[in-house]
Write a protein that binds this ligand. Structure first.
Ligand code: NAP
Length: 294
């Protein structure tokens, strides 16, 4: 049997993503010890019942002590405080990373707390479900999915390479992006679609009266797919929009303009315009299937 990549991995936050990392790292023998820490005793107890890590407690610093790899898996808005809490316990040479869906603000919040001699390599696994909490943890969640690393200039290349090797060992494909570029791309591929889903489901709910129940009854159309996305964790997504403000507002502006174009085409009976767009978008779906990302 080959040696594990790390002696000790610590996961700060053990919901869908932290829990899935724990399960997968254990299955693949990537660490001798995997510990976790979370905010509430209830979540810690659940994680212990499910045996996601070797142990889960509520002392973040205690979990991070002596770890060779610490991954902060909390909502984006809590990453800075988590980094501050674990900082005094980090051992020299340790790699600190995160899984946040936004990179620029997470880096700005975490980096000032990272001690000299500790290697900070931010990351974002582009994989997930609409479920959250330790019960949502899944094996194979990262299989064939991208994990984007956004290493900062000047980071130890060996530390970035080791984190890349870890994510590949979890089943991911890994790519590296500049943090601003990451945030712009995710604004259109992930953040805007979630905002649209939240908005459509809210609109349907606001219709009120008998329409409300009819909408639920006949939800099998496209609406059902939106309700799945709109069931995603409210804290996580509030934090995403609060932290990727500029990029989201920019794509939202473009989206609204394009929506007006479609509104106009419908009003003036310009079916050819709709047909041309729908044809183009169908090709995008086919290309995604070809790339195995759908
Ligand atoms: P989750 O299932 O809700 O789990 C969040 C975990 O963080 C829980 O253990 C929670 O603990 C803990 N936590 C929350 N606030 C905390 C605080 N202030 N201090 C310490 N721990 C705290 O969330 P998730 O879906 O795994 O998402 C975690 C991160 O992954 C987020 O940054 C998100 O942007 C990113 N991400 C999510 C997805 C996705 O599809 N869900 C995909 C890729 C990346 P308690 O229960 O004890 O409060």
């Amino acid at each position: 049997m080959t040696e594990p990549m790390f002696d000790k991995i610590a996961l700060i936050g053990i919901g869908l993503i932290g829990g899935s990392i724990a399960l997968e790292a254990r299955k693949r023998g990537l660490a001798k010890t995997i510990v976790a820490a979370t905010r509430s005793p209830e979540t810690a107890q659940k994680a212990n019942e499910l045996k996601l890590a070797d142990h889960c407690g509520i002392d973040l610093a205690a979990a991070a002590r002596d770890a060779d790899l610490v991954i902060v898996c909390t909502p984006v808005g809590a990453c800075g405080a988590a980094a501050q809490a674990i900082a005094p316990a980090l051992k020299p040479g340790c790699i600190v990373s995160d899984v946040g869906s936004v990179k620029q603000t997470v880096i700005a919040d975490m980096a000032p707390h990272i001690p000299e001699g500790v290697h900070f390599v931010p990351a974002h696994p582009v994989a997930g479900t609409e479920n959250s909490g330790p019960e949502a943890a899944l094996l194979d969640l990262f299989e064939g999915r991208w994990c984007i690393l956004t290493p900062l200039p000047g980071v130890d290349p060996a530390a970035a390479d080791k984190l890349e090797a870890f994510w590949k060992a979890l089943g991911s494909e890994v790519n590296r992006l500049d943090p601003a570029n990451h945030d712009r791309i995710l604004a259109i591929t992930s953040h805007l679609p979630h905002l649209i889903a939240y908005s459509i489901v809210g609109t349907a709910d606001d219709l009120g009266g008998h329409l409300n129940s009819e909408v639920l009854k006949y939800a099998a159309g496209g609406f059902r797919d939106f309700t799945r996305i709109a069931a995603s964790d409210p804290t996580m997504w509030r934090d995403v929009f609060m932290n990727n403000k500029e990029a989201v507002l920019e794509v939202l502006q473009r989206f609204q303009e394009d929506l007006f174009y479609l509104q106009r085409a419908i009003r003036w009976g310009e079916g050819d315009k709709l047909f041309e767009l729908f044809n183009r978008t169908r090709e995008i779906r086919r290309a995604l299937i070809h790339l195995h990302q759908a």
